[in-house]
Design a protein around this ligand. Structure first.
Ligand code: NAP
Length: 258
């Protein structure tokens, strides 16, 4: 029997909830932080070095009437992420939604790719997600609820010449997502990944015009996506309508990978 009361829209599904978003100062992470804040969540962001951008995200979130904080922290650093996660839990009383979004590229054909660039991309994109998830694992289990959302990439599904390090990190993140989903499913915690295609951000602004044109040719919708179009899917995965959804990879890519 359908309960009509349950069908009424809850305009602020994340009130009293806290979201921790890595890489929340710019691009997709900023859009995610502001979307969740607009829906009532308190937000804590981690960022690498762009203090002004982090402060601007915090200010924009606070303007929506929620609590917000930023922590400068390299997600690849296990000890530093442990300290940051502890501070966020102390300040906000816990974390309900973890969005592992921080990511970098160091593109090159494999023959010309320095070992350090392979290691660094894996450390930030994959180990970064491990670090935050591991530090918050016990509190998620204790609370018997939680949402973990990992921002992967279509490149992790399709591969891309010149991005062996990035593709490996994102494919690894997808395997990580499915494993954590299986570990935590019985504890009321879901873990899903989003695989964005090409999204307007500082990361894609640096692409040469010829590469951009070539990429557009492979996108059925023939345009780049907006960070807000990824943020909307994060909000869905973090919200009540996605309660029975775990271990999935949702592509947000204008039809690029189907
Ligand atoms: P972006 O505009 O370059 O922003 C990257 C964010 O990550 C910034 O907030 C940055 O902090 C933070 N960050 C980078 N390294 C970090 C580190 N070591 N520790 C903590 N924070 C760090 O990137 P984006 O385009 O929004 O991408 C966000 C995520 O989506 C990434 O995982 C990326 O791989 C993925 N993605 C992006 C696209 C795309 O087309 N844009 C497509 C598929 C997947 P600072 O501001 O302090 O530097």
């Amino acid at each position: 029997m359908v309960n009509i009361e349950n069908l009424k829209e809850n305009q602020m599904p994340f009130q009293q909830k806290t979201a921790l978003i890595t890489g929340g100062s710019r691009g997709i992470g900023r859009a995610v932080a502001l979307k969740l804040a607009a829906l009532g969540a308190n937000v804590a962001i981690l960022y690498a070095g762009d203090e002004a951008a982090a402060a601007a995200t915090v200010e924009a979130a606070r303007a929506m009437g929620v609590q917000a904080a930023a922590h400068r922290c390299d997600v690849a650093d296990h000890a530093a992420t442990g300290e940051a996660a502890k501070q966020v839990v102390e300040q906000f009383g816990g974390v309900d939604i973890l969005v592992n979004n921080a990511g970098i590229t160091r593109d090159n054909l494999l023959l010309a790719m320095p070992e350090a660039d392979f290691d660094r991309v894996l450390a930030v994109n994959l180990k970064g997600a491990y670090n935050l998830t591991a530090h918050l694992y016990r509190q998620f289990v204790r609370r018997r609820s939680g949402r973990i959302i990992n921002i992967a990439s279509v490149v992790g599904l399709m591969g891309n010449p010149g991005q062996a390090n990035y593709a490996a990190s994102k494919a690894g993140l997808i395997g990580f997502t499915k494993s954590i989903a299986r570990e935590l499913a019985s504890r009321g915690v879901t873990c899903n990944a989003i695989a964005p295609g090409f999204i307007e951000s500082d990361m894609t602004d640096v692409l040469p015009e010829a590469k951009r044109e070539q990429l557009l040719g492979g996108i059925p919708m023939a345009r780049l996506g907006a960070p807000e179009e990824v943020a909307g899917v994060v909000a869905f995965l973090a919200g009540p309508d996605a309660a029975y959804l775990t271990g999935q990879v949702i592509s947000v890519d204008g039809g690029m990978c189907m």
